[in-house]
Design a protein around this ligand. Structure first.
Ligand code: CO
Length: 149
């Protein structure tokens, strides 16, 4: 009986990581126009993946606004350029832009926002990025999004 209990306990410990993929992450952005991470891992085993963006600064969204936008790497420049024309009312993204795979709204200091998307949107072998679509920010504020097992 005792052996059986131990066996169950050990199995539980060993098997936990198999389904305990981390399907959420938090990315911080600040008044110095920086994200705190250079890469976000997205496990393909997640049904949905949620990114929480926290603006740890104090500046308003029309001055130092940040968002978290996911696109293919090849689409970043185009989405960013069209987003700058769209303006803050549209969160610096062209409305209905199909190249945008996920995006939070633009937030200011002390605020947070989140976005969820299906990792199945990401295809193995493609390169993906995240960036801030506030005009002028993406040259500094960008990183990679990696699909993981
Ligand atoms: Co920004």
């Amino acid at each position: 009986m005792l052996y059986r209990l131990i066996a169950v306990a050990v199995l539980g410990l060993v098997s936990t990581p198999l389904w305990a993929a981390n399907c959420t992450t938090t990315v911080e952005a600040n008044d110095a126009m920086q994200y705190n991470v250079k890469n976000v891992n997205v496990p393909q085993s997640c049904k949905t993946f949620t990114v929480t963006l926290k603006h740890t600064g104090k500046l308003a969204r029309n001055v130092m606004g940040h968002d978290w936008v996911l696109t293919r790497a090849a689409d970043m420049a185009g989405v960013d350029a069209d987003g700058a024309k769209a303006g803050l009312a549209d969160n610096y993204l062209k409305p209905g832009d199909k190249r945008v795979l996920a995006a939070t709204k633009v937030i200011g200091g002390g605020e947070s926002a989140h976005v969820s998307f299906k990792p199945s949107l990401l295809k193995a072998g493609n390169k993906y990025v995240f960036f801030c679509s506030f005009p002028g920010h993406s040259t500094v504020m960008h990183g990679t999004v990696t699909l993981t097992k």
